[in-house]
Ligand binder design. Structure first.
Ligand code: HSE
Length: 333
């Protein structure tokens, strides 16, 4: 299986490390290796049809700031010139236009390649188009890591809870906001907590996307489309962020044994991100950078999951699960 990685930041590098660490797993399960034939960052790319050393790519990126020696200006032109089976698209999220990620995914699907992505921009803006493109070209298109990082949610609902009617999902889908609100519970000012979240590498490049609720809204759109079969985009979400939450409001909630959390609510009729009062001890009242979601379905009732919503290896674990699912399907036929 030949993999090409678009985007060689934190997640792309984490995925390369995970592929290196799972070499025996692929050998045993499929009798073939998952080979990284190349990777692309924002300026350069590396390509070797025989397979690159994944850790070598990471080392070169760390040492030189570049993943490859060849410079490029048009990522789609690069994709046109290489041989691969699966595109792993993990370039930076652009929620206004979909960015290069959208162009790369479109091109790969049009070229009948399977795609795995965690890139929220293309999914929040062009979900329906991309799903239809994948179907028309008989490609697999998976995106577990786009919501909740390592926390299983999309595949959980679509595969483990298959056959059930999912009624609603309520969740904390942004670790930065949850970290800030948890720190504010302890009396730390908003700005200081945000700075800490940025230092931990959790916040988006522009943290406005976190604190204004835009990142959670993208994830809500992905869940609405992929799990509830809706056809919505980012602009359909009713969004309130956490910037207007005062220390007084937090203190007032505490006197009622409550905490304030930024909650995304998704159902057939609801699509909203807003701060909510949550009783202390409730599963949605978690503290720190964790993500959590409560799924309610007709047969199982409430199912709650939580996990690390971001991180180099954590997000790569979600990509690995999509890769294994695709390779399993190929084996079964
Ligand atoms: N900025 C995001 C968060 C990263 O804080 O959860 C994962 O999408």
């Amino acid at each position: 299986m030949r993999i090409f990685i678009c985007g060689f930041g934190t997640v792309g590098q984490g995925f390369a490390e995970v592929i290196a660490s799972r070499r025996d797993f692929f050998d045993k399960r499929y009798g073939e290796r998952a080979i990284i034939v190349g990777a692309m960052d924002s300026r350069t790319y590396a390509y070797d049809p025989e397979g690159c050393d994944p850790l070598g790519l990471v080392e070169r990126k760390k040492a030189t700031g570049r993943v490859g020696e060849t410079e490029y200006t048009d990522s789609v032109e690069v994709l046109k010139g290489i041989e691969y089976d699966i595109l792993v698209e993990v370039s930076p999220t652009n929620v206004e236009t979909g960015g290069v990620g959208l162009l790369n995914i479109r091109h790969a699907l049009e070229s009948e390649k399977d795609v795995i992505t965690v890139n929220k921009g293309p999914l929040a803006l062009k979900f329906r188009e991309l799903i239809e493109l994948a179907k028309a070209n008989s490609c697999k298109f998976r995106f577990e890591g786009s919501v909740g990082g390592a926390m299983p949610i999309i595949n959980l609902c679509r595969e483990n809870l298959r056959g059930e009617s999912i009624m609603s999902i309520r969740g904390i889908l942004n670790g930065t906001c949850n970290f800030i609100l948890s720190k504010m519970d302890k009396g730390q000012p908003f700005e200081q907590a945000l700075k800490e979240a940025q230092q931990m590498g959790y916040a988006e490049t522009d943290p406005t996307n976190d604190i204004e609720g835009y990142d959670s809204a993208c994830k809500a759109v992905i869940l609405a489309n992929s799990i509830f079969g809706r056809d919505v985009t980012f602009k359909d979400v009713k969004i309130t962020g956490i910037t207007s939450i005062t220390e007084e409001a937090i203190a007032m909630a505490a006197t009622r044994n409550m905490v304030i959390r930024l909650i995304a609510e998704i159902s057939d009729t609801k699509l909203e991100v807003a701060p909510r009062l949550i009783p202390k001890g409730h599963p949605l009242g978690i503290t720190g950078t964790m993500n959590t979601a409560q799924i309610v379905s007709d047969l199982a009732g409430p199912v709650t999951v939580s996990g690390r919503g971001a991180g180099r290896i954590e997000t790569a674990s979600a990509i690995l699960s999509d890769l294994v699912a695709i390779m399993d399907e190929r084996v079964v036929g």
